[in-house]
Design a protein around this ligand. Structure first.
Ligand code: SF4
Length: 482
């Protein structure tokens, strides 16, 4: 169902999903140690689990970016150190760009880098105490930006790291800009270095690095004229700056002791949409792309209709909650056109309050064609984070259970995969899917953020759910990317 939530946990690049303490384990482990070797790896029988990868074609391998970049060529000289300290060089041949097939003890082959900022709007600072430790990690790592699409602020990059991004042509890089006004950026990120962000972006642009950007918009800080200034500066870097999402600040009820911030009123949200779209129209006419897109949440807050399909161009900022709802509706309408065979069993759908009207509309559309469809939509108020938070991906298991217990849920309750960590199949508050199903007395079934999958699930066509992974994997942490 709704994907908008990835960035609802601002850069929750919501999101993919996943983990806990193994992250700390990964940080403690030695780097570059081979954990396993794929069956079809050209290094099979030449390298072994426990070996350390030292270099490829003479280039020291410092992390996963080096590994991916230098392993690209077809002829490789791979330098390894055996566990007993012996160093050997093996030569392999493979296809250009073919995978070398090594898995390492930690995903990055290095410790993930945390951010050097103290942003006034940081969502992590607004989390209640006692959640799983990985949720509190503030990553700001250029490698995760490239590999997983995480957003970075550029404030903790050394000149050498900038050189390496350019030399390895790490592209695209996803940048949390927020404002191009140096003083305001330093103030909002509470980091004196933050003002250098635009200069770094100019360097990356000159080197041909593409950037997708985001602006978390805070009323009274970086909205209005400041937003216009940022849009002008960023548009000047087009096409290197390919897209920019503008999303409203997310405020939980846990803001005691933090910088006072206010949310968007419907009128202010509408004014911001007009500002962004007005400038986007100019860019479209002048440059062929509107570059700037408001997150779906702005339209929901303003009570405005979502833009049509064509507005979103290539839907590049889907992960940031830009166009997710429009795409869902478009896909759902296509699925309806293709047709299906509803099983006639009653079902229910739980969603955040913001998207509930859309789900009601989709259900009504489906019922116009299939009178046998029997479904109910249940918006879940976010008591856990507070009523300002209304996106589906931040609905917790506790709220779901408390609010839907005793309701006529039919024979299955459909929820969004975005509410869950995928492998562990648990909610943000650690309630598991199994526990929710048991508490509600009905199977709770996660559905992909996809209109086709949603229509199938309404009809009773449900993919088999893999068993949950209780032992947490070492990669889950990265994808939280709060
Ligand atoms: S995690 Fe992100 S929002 Fe929070 S302080 Fe760091 S850069 Fe800012």
């Amino acid at each position: 169902m709704l994907k908008e939530e990835r960035e609802a946990f601002p850069p929750f690049a919501l999101t993919e999903q996943r983990l806990q303490l193994l992250f700390y384990g990964a940080v403690m482990r030695e780097q570059n140690i081979i954990k396993s070797i794929d069956r079809d790896s050209p290094l099979r029988h030449k390298a072994h689990a426990g070996d350390r990868l030292l270099s490829i074609n003479g280039h020291p391998i410092l992390d996963v970016l080096d590994y991916k970049f230098y392993a690209y060529d077809p002829a490789l000289e791979v330098r390894l150190r055996r566990p007993d300290g012996e160093e050997i060089t093996v030569r392999v041949r493979k296809d250009v760009g073919g995978d070398l097939g090594l898995d390492f003890e930690s995903y990055l082959m290095d410790a993930p880098r945390s951010c050097a900022n103290r942003c006034v709007f940081c969502f992590i600072d607004q989390l209640p105490k006692g959640m799983r430790p990985t949720l509190y990690f503030k990553d700001d790592d250029a490698r995760l930006s490239f590999l997983l699409g995480n957003y970075i602020t550029l404030t903790n990059l050394s000149p050498r790291e900038i050189e390496r991004i350019i030399a390895l042509h790490v592209s695209p890089v996803n940048v949390s800009v927020h404002t191009t006004n140096p003083e305001l950026r330093a103030q909002m990120l509470r980091n004196p270095r933050a003002g250098e962000g635009l200069a770094v972006m100019r360097r990356l642009a000159e080197a041909g690095i593409t950037m997708n950007c985001q602006i978390v918009c805070c009323p009274g800080l970086n909205d209005g004229e400041e937003l216009l200034r940022s849009m002008r500066d960023l548009a000047a870097l087009y096409p290197a700056v390919r897209t920019v999402s503008v999303v409203p600040v997310g405020l939980t009820k846990f803001r005691e002791g933090l910088t006072p911030l206010q949310g968007f009123s419907p009128a202010h949200a509408a004014g911001t949409i007009d500002l962004v779209d007005g400038f986007g129209d100019e860019c479209l006419a002048r440059l062929g792309s509107r570059i700037f897109f408001c997150g779906d949440e702005f339209y929901l807050k303003a009570g405005r209709e979502l833009p049509e399909d064509a507005y979103y161009e290539d839907y590049v900022q889907l992960e940031n909650g830009v166009g997710m709802l429009r795409l869902l509706e478009t896909e759902f309408v296509s699925a309806l056109r293709l047709g299906g065979e509803p099983d006639g069993r009653p079902f229910s759908i739980a969603t955040g309050t913001a998207a509930a009207p859309l789900f009601r509309r989709l259900l009504a559309l489906a019922r116009e064609k299939y009178g046998t469809l029997r479904g109910e939509i249940f918006p879940v108020v976010n008591d856990f984070f507070g009523p300002e938070i209304n996106v589906t991906g931040l609905v917790t298991g506790g709220d779901l259970i408390r609010q839907l217990r005793g309701q006529p849920l039919g024979e299955r309750l459909l929820i969004s995969w975005n509410m869950l960590r995928r492998q562990e199949q648990d909610f943000l508050d650690d309630v598991t899917l199994e526990e929710a199903s048991a508490a509600l007395g009905v199977p709770v079934i996660p559905v992909e953020q996809d209109g086709f999958a949603l229509f199938d699930a309404m009809c009773g066509v449900l993919p088999e759910l893999p068993p949950p992974v209780r032992e947490e994997s070492g990669e889950a942490f990265y994808r939280y990317n709060l």
